[in-house]
Design a protein around this ligand. Structure first.
Ligand code: QV4
Ligand code: CA
Length: 511
């Protein structure tokens, strides 16, 4: 009995760090700006069958309609109310999506924008996704309701009222981030209002939250509203399940705010991950893949069980937020697949795969002047995600998560779940290989010459299908075959000019 009690306590204390994915699924995908109806379809037709654990959805609450520039993606980070009513759909459509995804074991995580409301200079009126009236000038948001009492104006010590110095923790939390009206989260009324919004989503069936701009809220204030959250809906989650929490905190070092300040509330986004991995795979600054041998805490990242990791996100794939020029995105497809493949094969952190839309990138003086462009749309209505005969997406949806190399590495991560990193090999340069116990093995060639090596895979003898160049279908491989001998060794040959210069095999892709 005592053991059971201990286990239950253990589970509770790890609860907010646990994504609570079903059936050993080990990653989530950010379906950025997708409509609720399309996400429901994707859960049923693609994400569940291919072992994705969940979806991060764009903010579902009512936001300001910005017309200059015309309907930018970032208008969804300017709340007007907590009504579930946005360009992705209505509350009914949101409810239907959550039910359909939960019913096939794909969790829904909501992007919660609760540090602020809309920009201070947005015009008053009813230009909002649900028609609610609001007046930023007088801090009046009757559809919540919030009034002047609920904002930080009096507390911020800078003359502009904006964050001016990221080395002053008080400014970072109590002043406006880019003119966004900053909520007074020390007030119980504000904490309770936010908790009510999140509890409404929990009652619908969501599994957890990405907390936007966490860096700009005091950890204690966040804990105050997080402690007010209900357990997850028992229609889909075990009794006593706590919502999964991951906090957006950009900490590349050198600032007053540290990721570790937020560890008590849940996981934290590790922005060093994508910035460093991009540098290594681009072979900038003398970095090389052989240095990935101690990837993770060895690179001064946060503890693995606190980290939410990703190669790129919706901000830094277009120059917003942090990560800089080294960030790899779908625009750099060949290197990007290697980076995402490495992330999904390596045991560090809990990974989020980015799924983007294409926009008309146009650089002037090194800056993409179209970084604001919103999702594919017809006169403001977000376009459907159409699926082509070759399973790729149409209507300018990139669907990286449907790229064979990425989809198969999501499956690889599920197959090797729980297995430690083994059999590391490298050539001292940019050819590396490693296994995950006796379940999977991966080899990369990022040098400018061929890789021809006989390596210890740790896998049982047999013929394996490479899941990067193809799939196992029926009892054949559509791509490269790898023959593992009784000694666990196999010969790998990867030409540096290969379309995808990496090979991955696992026990569920064995003939
Ligand atoms: C401008 C000026 C302000 C001025 C204001 C007057 O910059 O100085 O006071 O006008 O109204 C948009 C515009 C921005 C404009 C602002 C309105 O781009 O120019 O301010 O609206 O106030 C996204 C975009 C922002 C966008 C914001 C709100 O990235 O460009 O601002 O949405 O629409 C830091 C944070 C981190 C943050 C990151 C981008 O630590 O938390 O910056 N990342 C998250 C989200 C991100 C979102 C926000 C936070 C804000 O991932 O997508 O910003 O919710 O690193
Ligand atoms: Ca704040």
């Amino acid at each position: 009995m005592r053991l059971l009690l201990l286990l239950s306590v253990f589970d509770v204390c790890w609860a907010q760090y646990d994504p609570r994915t079903k059936c050993g699924r080990t990653s989530i995908v950010h379906l950025f700006e997708w409509r609720w109806d399309d996400i429901a379809l994707e859960c049923e037709r693609y994400l569940a069958p291919n072992g994705f654990g969940g979806v991060q959805v764009s903010p579902p609450n009512e936001n300001a309609v910005i017309n200059n520039p015309l309907r930018p993606w970032w208008e969804r980070y300017q709340p007007v109310s907590y009504k579930i009513c946005s360009r992705s759909g209505s509350e009914d459509e949101f409810r239907a999506m959550v039910k359909r995804c939960n019913d096939v074991g794909v969790n829904i995580y909501v992007d919660a924008v609760v540090n602020h409301m809309c920009g201070k200079d947005v015009s008053a009126g009813t230009s909002s996704t649900c028609g609610s009236y609001y007046n930023p000038g007088s801090r009046d948001f009757p559809a919540v309701p919030y009034s002047g009492w609920d904002f930080n104006d009096g507390k911020c010590q800078t003359s502009s009222g904006e964050i001016e110095n990221y080395n002053d923790a008080n400014q970072v939390r109590d002043c406006r981030l880019s003119g966004l009206l900053d909520l007074a989260l020390e007030k119980d009324y504000v904490r309770s209002t936010i908790a009510a919004y999140l509890n409404h989503l929990i009652s619908i069936g969501v599994a957890g939250f990405r907390i936007d701009a966490s860096k700009h809220m005091w950890p204690g204030d966040m804990k105050a509203f997080l402690d007010k959250l209900n357990n997850l809906n028992t229609s889909w989650f075990p009794e006593g399940s706590r919502p999964f929490i991951y906090q957006e905190v950009i900490d590349l070092g050198g600032e007053a705010i540290h990721s570790s300040d937020y560890f008590g509330n849940g996981r934290v986004t590790e922005f060093k991950y994508g910035a460093k991995l991009g540098t290594v795979i681009r072979k900038w600054d003398g970095e090389k893949m052989a240095y990935l041998k101690n990837w993770g805490e060895g690179w001064s990242f946060m503890p693995s069980d606190k980290a939410l990791v990703f190669v790129d996100n919706h901000d830094n794939q277009r120059g917003h937020g942090a990560g800089g020029a080294s960030i790899l995105t779908f625009w750099d497809a060949r290197l990007y697949k290697m980076a995402v493949g490495f992330m999904l094969a390596h045991p560090y952190g809990f990974p989020r795969v980015m799924s983007s839309f294409k926009w008309p990138r146009y650089f002037e003086n090194g800056k993409d002047v179209n970084d604001w462009v919103g999702p594919p749309n017809d006169n403001g209505t977000i376009k459907q995600v159409t699926i082509n005969a070759d399973t790729t997406c149409g209507n300018d949806w990139v669907c990286e998560h449907r790229w064979r190399q990425i989809r198969n590495m999501v499956i690889f991560r599920n197959v090797v779940n729980g297995q430690s990193l083994t059999n590391w090999w490298d050539n001292g340069s940019n050819q590396i290989a490693f296994g995950r116990g006796n379940k999977g093995f991966i080899v990369f060639n990022n040098d400018d010459w061929a890789l021809n090596s006989n390596l210890q895979t740790g896998l049982p003898a047999g013929t394996y299908c490479d899941v990067i160049s193809g799939d196992k279908s029926d009892n054949d491989c559509t791509g490269i075959q790898v023959h593992v001998g009784n000694d666990g060794r196999a010969y790998f040959s990867i030409c540096n000019s290969a379309e995808d210069p990496f090979i991955a095999i696992h026990v569920n892709a064995k003939l």
